[in-house]
Design a protein around this ligand. Structure first.
Ligand code: FAD
Ligand code: 2HG
Ligand code: ZN
Length: 476
C-alpha cells in the first residue's frame, strides 16, 4: 500500500458512513455513486501502478452544481476528496492515499462553445484531450497541447497539472493558453473566471491559482482555452546523432534554420528507443544511433516547409551533425514516428518496475545525470534511459528494475533531486509534485515561496479536504 510504502499517517478527516452514501445518492443518481470494491478499484490505482489508495466511494457528478453540492457537504463533514480526471498522472496525485472520496470528472464532458475566429474553446473539465482536438480540427483549429496520454487525459487534468507535452516550445504552456477557468472551492463556492478574452487585466489573475495546483486549491469544472490554427503543412524528421553535444548543436541550428515553423524538438537516447521498440514491438524507421532527434514543423506552405526541412537534413548530414535520417509529410509515416516517441513512457512498465523522474536542467547539463545514474546503479538497474523535450530543457529519466526495492529507491532519492538542485534545475518540470514528491519540493522551492503556498491553501481550503497528502509537504 502506498501509505505503508511511504510511511504516512491518515489525517484526522471524517470517515464515510452509510448516511453519507445515502446523501450522495440523493444528489447524484444511484449509478453515479460507486461503492462496490471492484467498481472502485480502477480509481484507486494510478497509471504506473505505483500508488494504490483505499477509497470506498467514487462520485461522478454531471455538472458544476453537483460538484458544488458534494463539496459543500464534504467540507461540513470534513470528508477528504481526491479529484480525478483521466488518471494518467505520473506522480500519484490522481489517486487517493487512504479513504478519500474520489470525485471523477468523466461525465462532465460537454463542449460548450467554439469561436473559430478567436480560437476560444469553452468546455467542461472531463472532456478527453483527443476528443477536443478532433472536434476543433473540424473547424480548422488544433488544441494548443499534445501528449502521449491524449486519448485518456482530461482537459481539467491538463489544466490542474499545467501539462506541458510535445509542442510547448511552439504553443507555450497552459498559463498562457488557458483563457479562463470555472472552479469550485472546498466549501462549494463556484468561482467564475470563465472569460474567453485574450486580454483581461482586471485585478488578480485568479485562474492561475487553479492551473498547476493539482486539485489542492479547487476543482476545475470548466475551461476556456485558446486553440491555434490547424497548420496546413506538417513535416516530421527523425534523425540519428552521434553524441549529446551534437543534439544541442542541432537544436541551435534548427531554431535558426527552421525559425517560425519549428513546432517540436524532442530527443531520445539509444536505450529509450531500442527498449521501446523491443518491448512494445514497434518499428524504428532508421538504424541504431547513440541519440535520436525528432524535429517537427507546423506551417502554412507545404513546398516551402518541406524544402526547408529537407535542406536542413541535407546540410546537417554534410556538417556531420546528423548521421542518418528521414523526413516525411505522409500522415501514416509521421504517426509511426510519433508513436515510437510517445510510447517510451509505457515501455518501462513492461516486465518490471520503473522509477520516473521528470526534471528541468539548463541545456548544457541536460543529459549529465543519465551517465551518472548508470554508473551509480551499475547492474542494479536493467536500464537507465533519458529522453524528452529538449526545446523546454525538460528531460525524463526512467530507471527500470525487475521489481521495486528500497535499496534502489534510496540510491536514487534524494540523490537525483540534490543533483538537479545543484544544477539549478527543477525537480518537477511538467508532471507536478503529486503524492510522490512533496518531501522533495524544497529542492526547487524556497522557504518563503512554500510559506505563501501554505497560506493560500489555508485560505482556499481551511479544512484541508482537497487532495490531502499531495503537493504541500507536512512541515513548512
Ligand atoms: P489525472 O491524472 O486524473 O490528475 C492529475 C492531477 O490533477 C491530480 O492531482 C488530480 O487530483 C488533479 N485533477 C484532475 N482533474 C482535476 C479537476 N478537474 N480539478 C482539479 N484537479 C484535478 N504530462 C505532461 O505534462 N507532458 C507530457 O508529455 C505527458 N505525457 C504523458 C504520456 C503518457 C503516456 C502518460 C501516461 C502521461 C503523460 N503525462 C504528461 C502526464 C499526464 O498525462 C498529465 O499530467 C495530464 O495532464 C493528466 O491529466 P489527467 O486528466 O489524466 O489527470
Ligand atoms: C513524455 O514526454 C511524458 O513522454 C512521460 O511526459 C514521461 O513517463 C515519462 O517519464
Ligand atoms: Zn514529457
Amino acid at each position: 500500500l502506498s501509505s505503508e510504502k511511504y510511511n504516512i499517517r491518515r489525517k484526522d478527516f471524517g470517515k464515510i458512513e452509510p448516511s453519507d452514501v445515502d446523501y450522495f445518492r440523493s444528489v447524484l443518481s444511484e449509478d453515479r455513486v460507486l461503492t462496490e470494491e471492484s467498481d472502485v478499484l480502477p480509481y484507486n490505482v494510478d497509471w504506473i501502478k505505483n500508488c494504490r489508495g483505499q477509497s470506498k466511494a467514487v462520485l461522478k457528478p454531471k455538472n458544476t452544481e453537483e460538484v458544488s453540492t458534494i463539496l459543500k457537504y464534504c467540507n461540513e463533514r470534513k470528508l477528504a476528496v481526491c479529484p480525478q480526471g483521466g488518471n494518467t498522472g505520473l506522480v500519484g496525485g490522481s489517486v487517493p492515499v487512504f479513504d478519500e472520496i474520489v470525485i471523477s470528472f468523466a461525465l462532465m464532458n460537454k463542449i460548450i462553445d467554439l469561436d473559430d475566429l478567436s480560437g476560444a474553446l469553452v468546455c467542461e473539465a472531463g472532456c478527453v484531450l483527443e476528443n477536443l482536438d478532433n472536434h476543433v480540427r473540424e473547424r480548422g483549429l488544433i488544441m494548443p497541447l499534445d501528449l502521449g496520454a491524449k486519448g485518456t487525459c482530461h482537459i481539467g487534468g491538463n489544466a490542474s497539472t499545467n501539462a506541458g507535452g510535445l509542442r510547448l516550445l511552439r504553443y507555450g504552456n497552459l498559463h498562457g493558453s488557458i483563457l479562463g477557468v470555472e472552479a469550485v472551492k472546498a466549501d462549494g463556492t463556484v468561482i467564475d473566471c470563465l472569460r474567453s478574452l485574450k486580454k483581461d487585466n482586471t485585478g488578480y489573475h485568479l485562474k492561475h491559482l487553479f492551473i498547476g495546483s493539482e486539485g489542492t486549491l479547487g476543482l476545475v469544472t470548466k475551461v476556456a482555452i485558446h486553440c491555434p490554427v490547424l497548420p496546413k503543412s506538417v513535416n516530421l524528421g527523425f534523425f540519428g546523432v552521434k553524441n549529446f553535444e551534437n543534439v544541442l548543436k542541432l537544436y541551435k541550428s534548427a531554431k535558426s534554420k527552421l525559425g517560425e515553423i519549428l513546432s517540436a524538438f524532442e530527443m531520445a537516447d539509444f536505450d529509450s528507443i531500442s527498449f521501446t521498440a523491443k518491448n512494445l514491438k514497434l518499428p524504428n524507421p532508421i538504424s541504431d544511433y547513440p541519440f535520436y532527434v525528432l524535429v517537427e514543423t507546423h506551417g502554412s506552405e507545404e513546398t516551402h516547409d518541406g524544402e526547408k526541412l529537407t535542406r536542413f537534413l541535407t546540410n546537417e548530414m554534410e556538417s556531420g551533425l546528423i548521421l542518418d535520417g528521414t523526413v516525411t509529410s505522409e500522415p501514416a509515416k509521421m504517426q509511426t514516428i510519433w508513436n515510437l516517441r510517445e510510447s517510451i513512457a509505457a515501455a518501462g512498465l513492461v516486465g518490471g518496475y520503473v522509477f520516473k523522474y521528470d526534471v528541468s536542467i539548463p541545456l548544457k547539463n541536460y543529459y549529465d545525470l543519465v551517465p551518472i545514474l548508470r554508473k551509480r546503479l551499475g547492474d542494479k538497474a536493467v536500464k537507465v534511459f533519458g529522453y524528452g523535450h529538449v526545446g523546454d530543457g525538460n528531460i525524463h529519466i526512467n530507471v527500470t528494475v525487475p521489481q521495486y526495492t528500497k535499496e534502489v529507491s534510496s540510491m536514487l532519492e534524494p540523490f537525483i533531486f540534490e543533483e538537479v538542485s545543484k544544477l539549478n534545475g527543477s525537480i518537477s518540470a511538467e508532471h507536478g509534485i503529486g503524492f510522490r514528491k512533496p518531501k522533495y519540493i524544497h529542492y526547487s522551492k524556497d522557504q518563503s515561496a512554500l510559506g505563501l503556498m501554505k497560506d493560500l491553501k489555508q485560505l482556499m481550503d481551511p479544512n484541508g479536504i482537497l487532495n490531502p497528502y499531495k503537493v504541500l509537504p507536512d512541515h513548512i
